[in-house]
Design a protein around this ligand. Structure first.
Ligand code: FES
Length: 117
């Protein structure tokens, strides 16, 4: 017997995501997601919504062109674009922008007041 074993395990990591709407008690959900080097936090959130929790709310438009500016949130306490923030192998905590009115989960009202109809 050689003592070697074929490895078929897939890397995973964990996302800790703030959930709920304005006025709801503070709550975080944990999601175990497949991990690939270079993936974005947005990639992981899209995976969660497709495979685990279709109710998870977040915004994005251009995926990774950094053009639409709709995917801003806090990643490990820092303001970031979810589509360009690289997911670390040890995972990340994702929260809505703290200074914008919360709509739900990671979605905040980012339209300036003077641009509202
Ligand atoms: S999805 Fe467009 S800037 Fe992030």
């Amino acid at each position: 017997m050689s003592g070697t074993t074929a490895r078929t395990s897939h890397a995973t990591t964990e996302l800790r995501v703030r959930r709920g709407g304005s006025g709801d008690p503070e709550r975080y959900d944990m999601y175990r997601v497949p991990y690939e080097e270079g993936m974005s936090v947005l990639d992981a959130l899209v995976w969660v919504r497709a495979h685990v929790d279709s109710s998870l709310a977040f915004r994005y438009g251009c995926v990774n062109a950094n053009a639409c500016k709709t995917c801003m949130a806090l990643v490990d306490g820092q303001v970031a674009y979810l589509c360009t923030a690289r997911l670390a192998p040890e995972g990340a905590q994702v929260e809505p922008l703290p200074k914008r009115p919360l709509i739900r989960d990671l979605v905040t009202d980012t339209v300036p007041d003077d641009e509202k109809l």
